[in-house]
Every structure is written in structure tokens, then in C-alpha cells.
Write a protein that binds this ligand. Structure first.
Ligand code: HAS
Ligand code: CU
Length: 556
């Protein structure tokens, strides 16, 4: 067994920093625009209809706004941030440049072209189909093609990471893959398999039908293909945040990763279990036999397990860090964490809210409880704790060191950034709690409740809390965007030798002692494919052979 000597860190070139920075520019721009539409809906729910004032610029439609919000925030902000961040974890983790930098540039620009192509029809009102674009809702072909380019571009960036890894592996036969690179590679591998669902859906169903080549579509089959991708999509968002929680946050907190083995095991389990669970979004779809729903429900409990491992390992790493800082007591150690670092506070607050998001997720996964919460406000309540907090607030926290690192400039007003993270936390507690309660009271999601005649008095207080939470979140996101822009735009540079470093946590035990099976791809890939074939194969065969492309398309 070779034990690794401390390795020199990898200094990124200016070109590499600019390339990663470009990803962040697009990501943050998408977040900024998309986030303006969120509060419009939150305000509408308590009767404050701002859409009417947007009529002159053609943004007066609820579903157009909801589509822009979902696509820009949930799909674009995340995908661009993730591909940029994983470029960093790959090259810095493996301590070598990208094997084919041009390939990654092609992938990136393809994503940009796809984004523009999808954004135009959304803003023009030709694609008000929400971020799930369920058929038979119909959008312009340009929307579907644009999304396809974004996905294919992200694949190409992923290939770039795999080629880099292969080159590294050739020169480092017996070395455990450095954790941050390892996590990024698994995330990308999972993504390549997961996105086959929407690739098939768009290419064989939605594009032909939006081009008028088929007269109708098959909603059930479309939804099945969509959720084949749609569920693992949530882990494509989450895993980069986990890379930071496991592999970076402990260093920022002054400690080490508690268990390298457990961290790797969690990532493999995500590869194995992220995909064969999509029917938990289709519990009420009549075309799927209940036995298959039960199988996917059981596997969903399985995929919650690696998050529980994560809870344990990350909290143990933080407790270790806090004890080194003098923290004591069952909970007293929590106060010893560096809460005044906005990057740390963002991620801690994200983790705290994710505990509740996770509990809600496990609730959703129960076949019969799901009947109560499905299609209600509970669901957006759930995903604002997960993608909009665990993920988004963590990404904000990451960018509080990443943007200074890339630009060589100090973070503009760190105190203000700290306030921003707390405002997100407080706004989200108010917003998502109200959404969960409204859901239990029966309030539907994806609906203009401000003008609905059937809203009982009982809902009013909660609808108001949705608006108040939304307003606080709007202030917070504006503060975030301003901080990022001012950080990058300022003239001031940090002194030589004082540059913000990339936080990479060591693990408590030498990673070379981690068992080899936790750094071996083949069995995990085979297991993943087998499980997908077992959990999806018979149903896909049945639905494809019985497909009927007979539902005509329509807009909301
Ligand atoms: Fe979900 C619906 C089940 C996690 C996102 N989910 C959605 C939708 C979205 C979404 C967007 O089974 C709506 C889709 C739509 O538009 O229709 N979800 C789950 C389950 C989990 C889960 C079982 N979801 C996520 C994550 C998401 C996400 C993560 C985004 C990133 N979800 C469902 C189901 C539905 C659903 C059904 C369909 C509902 C319906 O009817 O439509 C699990 O993965 C959750 C496991 C999580 C945990 C928590 C572990 C806690 C940790 C915190 C560590 C703490 C730290 C801080 C670091 C067990 C790891 C420490 C700090 C200190 C100070 C100490
Ligand atoms: Cu899901």
C-alpha cells in the first residue's frame, strides 16, 4: 500500500479561472432573472397581483412567469454552476489541467446556445409549459431543442472530466481518487445515464410533435421518460453541494473529513439508487400498475439512506472541527463553528433546513401519504427546502470563496454577505412552512390562488406568510447578486500571498486506507444498469409497445 506524501496544490491558470468564471456569470445571471419571477407568484397568492403592471412588457402571464422561474432557477442556475464547479473539483482534485480543454469549451458554448434558444420562446410565451414540460402541454420546438443542447453540452463537459480522469489514472495506478474529483466524476456519470430519459422523450416524442410530424402525443409515456431523468436530476443538483459539505466545509470550519470511506460509499449509493425511483412522482398516474409504484417507493427509501450517512458524517466532521476550536457539550460545540464566515454560515444553514426538506421527502415517498400531498403547495414547500436551500444556499456559500479566488479580489462586504445568508434562512423558514401547511389544507400548486373563488378564510394567513417569505427571499437574492457583481467589478485586489485559497479538507484517516472497492467503477456501474433494467425495463416495454400518440397538444 502506498501512502501519499502531502502533494503540492494545483494552481489554476488565468484561462482556467476565466472559463470557470464564465459558468458562474451565466449561472448568476439566470438566478437573478429567474428569481424576479418567484416573488411575483408569492405575492399573487395573497392577492397582490403585480403581473398586471408587467403587461406592457408582455410578462403578465402567471404560467409564463412560473416557467421562467422554474427553468432559470431550477435548471439553468444549477446546471451552469455545477459544470463550472465540477471543472474546478476535477482539475484541482486531480492536480492537472483538463485533458481536452477545447472539448469542455465546446460543451459550455453549446449550453449557452441552448439556453438562449430555450429562453426566447419562454419569454415570448410560446413555451408556458413549466419546468417539467409535461405533454400534452405543448411548447415551441425551439424550447425543446434548446433544452437538448443544454443537456448535450453538459454531457460533453462531463466527457471532458472523464478523459481527464483516465489520463490521471494512467499515471496514478494505486492511488485513491482525490475525494472532490471522485465526487464530481460520480455526479457526472450518474447524470449521463439519468438524462437518457429526457433525451429519448424529446427526440422521439416532443420534437416530432412540436414540429407537426405527429398529430398528438402520449402523456403517460412522456411522464415516465421525464421522471426517469427528473428524479436523479435532484441529486445532480444535490451532490455538488455534498462535495462541498464533505470535502471543503470541514476545512473551512477548521477540521477534517470524519470518514473518507463513508463519504465515498454515499456517492456510490447515489449512483446506484438515484435513477430507479422515478415512479414516486407518478403515484397517482393511472397507467402504472401499483406493484411497480411500490417497488419504486421502496427504492426511494433506499436513496434517502446515503443522505442519512451524509448527515452523520458531515455533522461528525463539524463536531470534530468545533472541538478543535474549543467547542464543548452535546450541542454547545455548534456555537464554536465559524458562523461569522458567510461561506460557512450559508452551508450550515442550508444543511439545517435540509434536515426538514429530507423529512418531507421521506413523507412524499410514502405511497399513501403522497395521495394527500401530491399536487398541493406542500410539494413546492418541499423543493424550496431542498433545491432552493440545501443546494442554492450552499452554492451561494461556495461562491463566497470561489469568486474571490477566481478574481483575486476580496469579497465585497462580508458582513452584508452574512446577513444575506440569514435572510435566506429566515425567508425560507417562513415561506416553506406556510407552503407545507397550505398543502395539508388542500391548496393546489401551480395555481393562481389570489383570484381563485374557492379559497377558504383558513388559508389567508398562510398565503400572506408565503408572500412575506417571498419578499425576504427577494431581498436576500438581490443582496447576493449585488455582492457577486461588486466583488468582481471592484478595482481592489488582495495582496500577493493573501489570496483566498480553495478549501480542501484532509480526511482524518489516510484515504489510501479506504478499501479499493470504494474506488472501483465497474461493479457499481454494472449494478446501476442492472437495477435500472429491473425497476424500469418491464414498465417501459409495456408503455412503449402500448403507446398511443393520440393526445393533441395545448397551452395553459
Ligand atoms: Fe424530493 C418531489 C422524495 C430529496 C427536489 N423533490 C420533489 C420535487 C422536487 C424535489 C423539485 O417520493 C418536485 C418535482 C415536481 O415539480 O413535481 N425527495 C424525496 C426524498 C428525498 C428527496 C425521499 N428532493 C430531494 C432533494 C431535492 C428534491 C435533495 C432537490 C435538490 N420528492 C420526493 C417525492 C416527490 C418529491 C416522493 C414527489 C412528490 C409529489 O407527489 O409530487 C431524500 O433524498 C431526502 C433525504 C434527506 C435526508 C436529510 C439528511 C440531512 C442532511 C443535513 C446535514 C446537515 C448539515 C448541517 C450539513 C435524510 C444531509 C449541520 C449544521 C449544524 C449547525 C450542525
Ligand atoms: Cu423524486
Amino acid at each position: 500500500m502506498t501512502t501519499l506524501k502531502p502533494q503540492p496544490t494545483y494552481e489554476m491558470t488565468g484561462q482556467e479561472k476565466r472559463f470557470i468564471g464564465l459558468h458562474l456569470v451565466v449561472a448568476i445571471f439566470a438566478l437573478a432573472v429567474g428569481s424576479l419571477f418567484g416573488p411575483l407568484q408569492a405575492f399573487e397568492w395573497s392577492g397582490l397581483d403585480l403581473y398586471q403592471y408587467l403587461e406592457p412588457i408582455g410578462l403578465d402571464d402567471y404560467y409564463k412567469g412560473l416557467t421562467a422561474h422554474g427553468v432559470l432557477n431550477a435548471l439553468v442556475w444549477t446546471t451552469f454552476f455545477i459544470t463550472g464547479f465540477l471543472t474546478l473539483t476535477t482539475i484541482v482534485g486531480l492536480r492537472r489541467p483538463l485533458r481536452y480543454p477545447k472539448l469542455n469549451q465546446v460543451g459550455f458554448w453549446m449550453m449557452v446556445v441552448g439556453l438562449v434558444m430555450a429562453a426566447v420562446p419562454i419569454l415570448a410565451g410560446w413555451a408556458s409549459v413549466l419546468y417539467t414540460f409535461y405533454p400534452p402541454l405543448e411548447a415551441s420546438w425551439a424550447f425543446y431543442l434548446g433544452l437538448t443542447l443544454v443537456v448535450v453540452g453538459s454531457w460533453i463537459e462531463g466527457y471532458g472530466f472523464f478523459f481527464t480522469y483516465i489520463a490521471w489514472r494512467k499515471e496514478n495506478q494505486d492511488v485513491r481518487t482525490p475525494f472532490i474529483a471522485f465526487g464530481g466524476l460520480i455526479t457526472m456519470a450518474m447524470w449521463q445515464i439519468a438524462t437518457l430519459g429526457i433525451a429519448v422523450e424529446i427526440l422521439t416524442m416532443l420534437l416530432p410533435y412540436s414540429l407537426g410530424l405527429t398529430s398528438g402525443t402520449d402523456p403517460e409515456l412522456g411522464r415516465t421518460f421525464f421522471w426517469f431523468t427528473g428524479h436523479p436530476l435532484v441529486y445532480f443538483w444535490l451532490l455538488p453541494a455534498y462535495i462541498s459539505w464533505y470535502g471543503m466545509l470541514p476545512k473551512q470550519a477548521g477540521g477534517k473529513l470524519f470518514s473518507d470511506s463513508l463519504a465515498r460509499l454515499a456517492f456510490w449509493l447515489f449512483l446506484l439508487l438515484s435513477i430507479p425511483v422515478g415512479f414516486h412522482h407518478q403515484f397517482v398516474d393511472p397507467g402504472i400498475p401499483s406493484g411497480w409504484k411500490a417497488i419504486h417507493a421502496a427504492l426511494t427509501y433506499g436513496v434517502a439512506f446515503p443522505s442519512m450517512l451524509t448527515l452523520f458524517t458531515v455533522v461528525a466532521s463539524l463536531e470534530y472541527a468545533a472541538s478543535r476550536r474549543g467547542g464543548k457539550g452535546l450541542f454547545g460545540w455548534i456555537r464554536a463553528l465559524p458562523w461569522n464566515d458567510p461561506s460557512v454560515s450559508a452551508q450550515l444553514l442550508a444543511g439545517i433546513l435540509f434536515m426538514f426538506g429530507g423529512i418531507g421527502g421521506i413523507t412524499n415517498a410514502s405511497y399513501d401519504v403522497n395521495l394527500v400531498v401530491h399536487n398541493t403547495a406542500w410539494i413546492p414547500g418541499h423543493f424550496h427546502l431542498t433545491v432552493a436551500t440545501a443546494v442554492t444556499l450552499s452554492f451561494m456559500g461556495i461562491s463566497y470563496w470561489l469568486v474571490p479566488h477566481l478574481t483575486g479580489k476580496p469579497l465585497w462586504k462580508p458582513k452584508w454577505a452574512l446577513v444575506q445568508t440569514w435572510l435566506w434562512f429566515v425567508g425560507m423558514v417562513i415561506f416553506s412552512n406556510a407552503m407545507h401547511v397550505l398543502g395539508l389544507l388542500g391548496a393546489p400548486r401551480r395555481t393562481e390562488l389570489g383570484t381563485a373563488p374557492y379559497v377558504p378564510d383558513e388559508w389567508n394567513g398562510h398565503l400572506l406568510r408565503v408572500s412575506i417569505g417571498g419578499a425576504i427571499l427577494l431581498v436576500s437574492v438581490i443582496m447576493y447578486v449585488v455582492t457577486m457583481v461588486r466583488t468582481a467589478a471592484q478595482k481592489e485586489r488582495v495582496a500577493v500571498g493573501e489570496e483566498v485559497q480553495i478549501p480542501i479538507a484532509e480526511s482524518l484517516r489516510d484515504p489510501q486506507l479506504t478499501p479499493l472497492w470504494l474506488d472501483t467503477w465497474r461493479p457499481w456501474i454494472i449494478g446501476t444498469v442492472l437495477l435500472i433494467v429491473l425497476a424500469y425495463g418491464p414498465q417501459l416495454y409495456d408503455q412503449i409497445t402500448n403507446a398511443s400518440f393520440s393526445s393533441p397538444g395545448f397551452g395553459p
